[in-house]
Design a protein around this ligand. Structure first.
Ligand code: C2E
Ligand code: MG
Ligand code: MG
Length: 556
């Protein structure tokens, strides 16, 4: 073809490349094969690790900016072009950015031949293929890259307004249930519902699959954002009604008032808004959440602590320890101890189980750690039986262990492995509605009983507290939570309630343990209720094994 013949010189092409540099995002280039020379749009220097935008010794220089694994296939393609085996170059491969990280590019080029028919130069274009879209054709909205460009342009300016990130709840299920096309339609309609609720000047973007963002740079406050969110929700509800309830879905929002975000930059904004939207979803979806630095700090602490707990588990449970708190029988005799978990590390100091047990539960780590704790507790019990043969150790078991592991088998095997009798161990389970309704709990309950292992119903009086199931489930011990004990010490009505409860528990022939006795006065008031067992700081705080032995056994 005529245009493949050399009509414009390489020098002229270089001039055109310079002229177009600021007019396009992609990079243009010319590879002069006769002079082994390469010229690329100057902007390439700000993105890729090319040695210069004009250089000789092209093949040798590839190592500087082409990702190592891709050099051979690239050079093979160039060889074919020079050898005249083909005249169009079209390759997707990786270049290195200025930090040396791989960036996927598509490089296309047209070979131009000289009068002699030999390859003279190749002229073409390089564009990144991994970049985020600037606009989304499905929703008709601008995309994340456009938002990023705008905010980066405004970097350093003080912003007044808000950023609201909206996410469709359970969008994956809509796609799964109704198909992707239907899902696309919902996205389009949702985008329309949101845009109908926009205030003048606000911008709407589609960020990722099922998420949208409203940017208000006109001084809107978070309260106004919440009101706008509610309008959006109502608009979506009417759309669902118009669809005759073919599909039911909700939307959540995370709101960032620029007043509450210090020194923002684009990645921070995305990170914080993602957190805010996730908080709304964690709070039960179909609601909005307004960003608070405090909540975020807690979230980060939790995430970091979770990481370190995981590391500790991996490092042979380093930092975990079983503390013991004494349990006394009504005749004043040391009856046993409750094993209470502790976690300590250089970074965190001593962390309360109230903080770390829920993290272990959420991450599932409670399964290995709970098992480790069971063995620790039983090992300790074995040692303490040298002094008190019928010593009983109380071990707390989490609902996650019941639901997600074969805890029964583990308990029975551990009792045997440590040479103990079933009557040396008490399993403490926190009261909850699950105890009656979930068959994993009822099965564990009846099997423990079959094996002669006692069960204590922990934290009684805090939550579910269904008297009916005391009769149905017949726990061996009912442990009155210390918040209930504290109330009973201050309030006559609560004291009467506790006293009636004690009577009822004894009528059912069950045992009754009062937790949280802190002073001599409390102890004498509680004694009038005839508890079978007492526990509290007044008798002893949870402490390590050696201290426990010194304080309650050898030094009595
Ligand atoms: P819990 O099982 O109800 O344990 C009793 C808690 O009350 C312990 O808190 C104990 O230190 C505290 N306590 C006892 N007497 C007094 C008192 O007189 N005054 C006050 N203020 N507190 C008293 P701790 O050790 O912080 O444990 C908190 C909770 O963490 C436990 O409540 C239990 O639900 C959970 N936990 C602890 N260790 C384990 C474990 O190994 N496994 C599981 N699943 N949960 C555990
Ligand atoms: Mg307990
Ligand atoms: Mg308790």
């Amino acid at each position: 073809m005529e245009h493949e013949k050399e009509q414009i010189s390489v020098a002229q092409i270089c001039k055109v490349i310079d002229l177009l540099d600021s007019a396009m995002n992609d990079c243009l280039y010319v590879l002069d094969m006769r002079n082994d020379y390469y010229y690329i749009s100057p902007k390439a220097l700000t993105r890729f690790s090319v040695p210069s935008n004009a250089f000789h010794h092209v093949v040798e220089n590839h190592a500087k900016f082409v990702y190592p694994d891709d050099i051979d296939p690239l050079q093979e393609d160039l060889r074919q072009l020079i050898a005249g085996e083909k005249d169009f170059h079209n390759m997707e491969y990786r270049w290195k950015d200025i930090k040396g990280n791989p960036v996927w590019i598509n490089c296309r080029g047209r070979l131009v031949k000289g009068e002699d028919g030999r390859a003279s130069y190749m002229v073409g274009c390089i564009n990144e293929i991994g970049v985020k879209p600037k606009a989304d054709n499905l929703s008709g909205l601008l995309g994340e890259a456009s938002l990023q460009a705008l905010l980066e342009e405004m970097q350093g300016e003080e912003l007044h307004g808000f950023f609201m990130r909206l996410g469709i709840d359970g969008f994956k299920e809509i796609n799964e249930k109704h198909g992707v096309e239907f899902g696309d339609m919902i996205l389009q309609k949702t985008a329309k519902c949101i845009s109908e609720c926009l205030e003048p000047g606000q911008r709407l973007y589609r960020i990722v699959a099922d998420e949208f963002a409203i940017l208000d740079l006109f001084g809107g406050f978070e309260k106004q954002a919440s009101a706008q969110y509610r309008r959006i929700r109502r608009r979506i509800d009417s759309f669902i009604e118009e669809m005759h309830y073919d599909v039911m879905y909700t939307i959540s929002a995370g709101i960032l008032d620029f007043q509450n975000v210090e020194h923002y930059n684009y990645p921070d904004l995305m990170r914080l808004s993602e957190f805010a939207l996730n908080e709304a979803k964690r709070n039960g979806r179909n609601c909005d959440y307004r960003f608070r630095q405090n909540d975020y700090a807690k979230f980060i602490r939790k995430r970091e602590l979770a990481k370190d707990l995981r590391k500790a588990v991996y490092n042979d449970y380093e930092g975990f320890e079983a503390y013991l708190q004494p349990l006394f029988a009504n005749d004043g005799r040391l009856y046993g101890a409750e094993a209470l978990m502790r976690f300590e590390s250089e970074r965190w100091g001593l962390v309360s189980p109230v903080e770390f047990i829920p993290i272990l539960e959420e991450t599932g780590l409670i399964i290995p750690v709970g098992k480790w704790m069971l063995h620790e507790a039983l090992e300790i019990c074995g040692r303490l039986r040298r002094w008190i043969p019928d010593f009983r150790i109380s071990v707390n078991v989490s609902y996650v262990q019941v639901i997600k592991s074969d805890i029964l088998k583990e308990i029975v095997a551990a009792v045997e492995e440590h040479g103990l009798l079933p009557e040396n161990i008490i399993i403490e389970i926190t009261e909850s509605g699950l105890l009656e309704t979930d068959n994993r709990f009822t099965r564990l309950w009846s099997k423990l009983k079959e094996n002669g292992i006692w069960i204590a119903l922990d934290d009684f009086g805090t939550g579910y507290s269904n008297f009916h199931y005391l009769y149905e489930l017949r726990p061996d011990i009912i442990k009155i939570d210390r918040s209930f004990t504290a109330k009973a010490m201050e309030n006559d009505y609560e004291y009467t309630l506790l006293s009636l409860m004690s009577g009822m528990i004894h009528k059912l022939n069950l045992k009754f343990c009062v937790e949280g006795i802190e002073t001599r006065e409390e102890h004498s008031r509680v004694k009038e209720l005839f508890p079978d067992y007492s526990q509290g700081f007044y008798f002893g705080k949870p402490c390590p094994y050696s201290q426990f032995v010194g304080q309650f056994i050898t030094n009595k």
